[in-house]
Write a protein that binds this ligand. Sequence first.
Ligand code: FPP
Length: 225
Amino acid sequence: MNPLNHVAIIMDGNGRWGLKNKNSRNAGHKAGLKTIEKIIKVSLDNKIRHLTLYAFSTENWKRPIKEINYLFNLLEKFLYNKIDNLNRNKIKLKVIGFKKFSVKLNQLLLKSEKLTRNNKSLQINLALNYGSKLELINAFKILKKKNKAFTENNLKKFLLTKEIPDPELLIRTGNTKRLSNFMLWQIAYTEIFFEKKLWPDFNEKDFLQIINSYKKIKRNFGSVS
Ligand code: FPP
C-alpha cells in the first residue's frame, strides 16, 4: 500500500454547478465550500498530513470583478467562522501564493497562519493567487540574485512549497483534463486522478474511492521492478 502524506486538489466545476442548479456561478462557489469541509474531515480521519487546495490562480484575476469579490468575501467569512474550529482540530493553515489582497484579507490570512502555526495534525495549503510559472520564475530569479547554481535542491528552497513534501496524489474534479498552471514542478511524479463530478457534487465516498485506488498503484518512479 502506498503511503499518502500529501493530496493536492484542483477544485473545478463550481461555476457550472451553480449555473445548473441555482442559475448563479457564485452559488456554486458557496456550495464548493461545503465540499472543502467534507474533504478536510476525510483527510483528518485518514491521517493525511498535507491538503493543498487550488482556490485562486494567478489567471483567475481575468474573471468578472463581481465573482472575484464574491470569492474573497466567502474566504473571509470562512476564516472568521471556522478558524477556531480548524485550530481546535490541530489544523495548520498556510497560504501558498503571491499575497496581493485587500489589507483586511491579508491581515486575516496572517492572523490565521499565526494562530495555527504550531498545529501538527493536518496542514492545509491554500493556493491563493498561485501560479506555477510565476513561482518558478521567482525561484530562478532568487537563485540568480544569490549567485547560486541552478540545481534541483537549490531551486526547491525558493519555491512557495518549500518545507512541503511533493504531493503523491493530485485530484482534479469537473470533468476537465488539464493542470491549469498548478504545481507543475511538484507533481513530476504525482499520481493524477481526473474526476467527472463537479466540485460541489464531490463527496467523502468519492474521495475515499480515489485514495483507495491510489494506494494500490504500483509506483516505479522511472525505475523497473
Ligand atoms: C473553480 O471552479 C473554482 C474556483 C476558481 C474557486 C474555488 C473556490 C471554492 C471551492 C470555494 C471558495 C473557497 C475559498 C477558499 C475562497 P470554476 O469556477 O472554474 O468552475 P467552472 O469550470 O464550472 O467554471
